[in-house]
Design a protein around this ligand. Structure first.
Ligand code: TYD
Ligand code: MG
Length: 464
C-alpha cells in the first residue's frame, strides 16, 4: 500500500485507509480500488455559489419574488415529478440502474427542447457519439437537428468551457461517474471527483441560469453510487425504478427544492422510447382474471392493481411460499393470521402470490387483499364482482385503518370499481359517503367478513 493512498468502494463510494475485501457500507465484495490521496484543496474563488450582487445583506422585501418560469419538458409525467417543468439554473441528479432508461429519457427531453427551438448540450461521457446517434435514430430525432449538440468528453474543464461559450438552454451530463477534474489525483468515479465535479456544475448552473441534469448510476442497495453525499448538494434527485419483468418504469422524486417529493412519474419503455403512462390502473388491470383488487398509493397517485393467489396441495414437507411484489415475511404473517382466525390449515398447501404488473408494494393496506386472494383460491372461488379490498391486518385478524381512504375510494369509483371493502375505523371517518359514489362494505375483522358474504350485495353501506 502506498502511503499517499486511500481506498474507496467503486460501488458506493465508501472510503477507507486500507483495502477491504467486503464493503462495510454496501456489502459488495472485491469492490475496493486504490486512489492517491488528494492534496488539500486550494482556496478557489469559483467555490462561491452566488454572484457578488446576490451575496449581500437584504431584508426580505428587497428580495425579488420571481415567479419561476419553467421549461416544458413536453412529458406530462416528467413535468409533474419535477413540480411543473424544468427550473432554469437547477441541478437535477437522475439515478437508476444501468439500462433502466436514464439516457433514453434525457435524450427524449433533448428532442422535445429542440422542437421548441431550445438548444441542448448533451455531454456523452460514457458512450461514443456513434452510440448516441443510434439511440437518437431510434427515438426519431432528425439527423439534421441543429439544436442538440453532442459532446463526447470526460474532462470537466473542457465541458464547462463549452457550456459557458454555448450557453445552451439545457445541459445533460451522462454520467457524473465518468467525468473528472484533471486537478484532482483521484480516478473518475471516486467520491472526491464526483463531489467536486458536481459542486462545479452546481455553481455553473446558478451563475448562467442553465438547468443541468446529471446522470448517476446506483449500487445494489439502490443508492445513487457514492454520491449519497450528492443528495444534499443538488436541487433535485430523481430516481428511476424498475418494476419486475415489465416495461413499466417509475421515476420518483426523492428530493425537490422546487416541488413536492410526493410525486411519481410512470413510463412505459417501448421500441421508440419511453411513453407517458397517465392512467396506470388501465394498464395494470388490462388482463385481470379474478384476483382481489387493491388501490395502492404511490405518492399522490392511486393505482389499481390485481393481487393473484394460487393455492394447491404440496408434495413437499416444507410447502412452497412464493411472493412476487411483497416481502415474503409479510406473506408468512398473513398466512399465520388466516390459519388462526379463519381456521383454515395451509400447512400442506403451496402458495404463490403475485402483485400483477410487476410493482413492489410496501403499503400495509395491501394485507386484506392478499388474505382474501389466498382465501378465495383456497375455497375455489374467484372475485368475479371485481371487489376492491383495502385494509391492514392485525395479528388477531382485525382490519386496521388505511391512509388516504377517500382518495383511494374515489379512484376506484372513477374507474368503475364500485364495491370496496374498507376498515370500519376508516369508514367512520368518511365525510360524505354517498358522494364517493361507491358501495362501501365496512369490516372490523377478517373472520366476520368472510363468514357473512351474503350481506355484501344488498345495501348501499354494509357493516360487519
Ligand atoms: P438506456 O436509456 O440506455 O438506459 P440507462 O441510460 O439508464 O443505462 O436504456 C437502455 C435500454 O432501453 C436498453 O435495454 C434498450 C431499451 N430501449 C428500448 O426498449 N427502447 C428504446 O427506444 C430505447 C432507446 C432503448
Ligand atoms: Mg445511459
Amino acid at each position: 500500500m502506498n502511503k499517499g493512498s486511500i481506498f474507496f468502494c467503486a460501488s458506493c463510494g465508501h472510503e477507507s485507509t486500507g483495502y477491504l475485501g467486503k464493503c462495510p457500507s454496501c456489502s459488495d465484495w472485491n469492490s475496493f480500488k486504490e486512489a492517491p490521496k488528494e492534496p488539500k484543496v486550494k482556496k478557489d474563488k469559483t467555490r462561491h455559489l452566488f454572484t457578488k450582487a446576490e451575496s449581500k445583506l437584504l431584508t426580505l422585501d428587497q428580495i425579488k419574488e420571481d415567479e419561476v418560469s419553467r421549461y416544458n419538458s413536453k412529458s406530462e409525467e416528467l413535468n409533474r415529478v419535477l413540480g411543473g417543468g424544468i427550473v432554469p439554473g437547477s441541478l437535477t441528479l437522475m439515478g437508476g440502474e444501468p439500462g433502466i432508461g436514464k439516457s433514453t429519457l434525457l435524450l427524449q427531453v433533448s428532442k422535445n427542447f429542440a422542437e421548441q427551438n431550445l438548444t441542448v448540450l448533451y455531454v456523452s461521457a460514457e458512450e461514443s457519439s456513434r452510440q448516441l446517434r443510434l439511440r437518437a435514430n431510434r427515438l426519431g430525432i432528425k439527423p439534421d437537428c441543429k439544436e442538440i449538440l453532442v459532446y463526447a468528453e470526460n474532462n470537466l474543464n473542457s465541458i464547462i468551457n463549452e457550456i459557458e461559450s454555448l450557453e445552451p438552454n439545457l445541459v445533460i451530463i451522462d454520467s457524473i461517474q465518468a467525468v473528472y477534474m484533471a486537478e484532482l489525483d483521484s480516478v473518475p468515479g471516486s467520491p472526491s471527483q464526483i463531489r467536486d465535479c458536481t459542486g462545479n456544475l452546481m455553481r455553473l448552473a446558478k451563475s448562467i441560469n442553465v438547468p443541468i441534469f446529471i446522470v448517476g448510476h446506483i449500487n445494489k442497495e439502490g443508492d445513487i453510487a457514492g454520491p449519497k453525499m450528492l443528495e444534499h448538494m443538488v436541487d433535485t434527485v430523481l430516481q428511476f425504478e424498475n418494476s419486475r419483468d415489465s416495461n413499466i418504469r417509475f421515476l420518483r422524486s426523492i428530493k425537490n427544492r422546487f416541488g413536492s417529493t410526493d410525486e411519481i412519474a410512470i413510463f412505459q419503455m417501448e421500441a421508440h422510447g419511453l411513453i407517458d403512462v397517465t392512467n396506470p390502473s388501465a394498464i395494470f388491470l388490462e388482463e385481470k382474471s379474478g384476483g382481489m383488487l387493491f388501490a395502492a398509493r404511490e405518492g399522490k397517485r392511486t393505482i389499481l392493481l390485481e393481487i393473484q393467489a394460487l393455492t394447491l396441495g404440496s408434495d413437499y414437507s416444507n410447502p412452497r411460499r412464493i411472493a412476487n411484489g411483497v416481502e415474503i415475511n409479510r406473506l408468512h404473517q398473513i398466512l399465520a393470521i388466516i390459519e388462526k382466525t379463519l381456521g383454515i390449515s395451509l400447512a400442506k398447501t403451496d402458495i404463490y402470490l403475485n402483485v400483477v404488473g410487476g410493482i413492489n408494494i410496501k403499503d400495509p393496506a395491501l394485507d386484506l387483499a392478499i388474505a382474501l386472494a389466498i382465501y378465495n383460491s383456497a375455497m375455489g372461488q374467484s372475485n368475479d364482482r371485481d371487489i376492491v379490498a383495502l385494509g391492514e391486518l392485525g395479528l388477531s385478524g382485525e382490519i386496521r385503518s388505511v391512509t388516504d381512504i377517500e382518495a383511494r375510494i374515489r379512484e376506484c369509483s372513477k374507474l368503475g370499481y364500485k364495491e370496496i371493502i374498507i376498515p370500519e375505523s376508516s369508514f367512520r371517518k368518511l365525510q360524505n359517503q354517498e358522494a364517493l359514489g361507491a358501495k362501501i362494505i365496512s369490516a372490523k375483522n377478517i373472520n366476520s367478513l368472510v363468514k357473512n358474504p351474503s350481506s355484501k350485495t344488498k345495501t348501499q353501506v354494509t357493516s360487519h
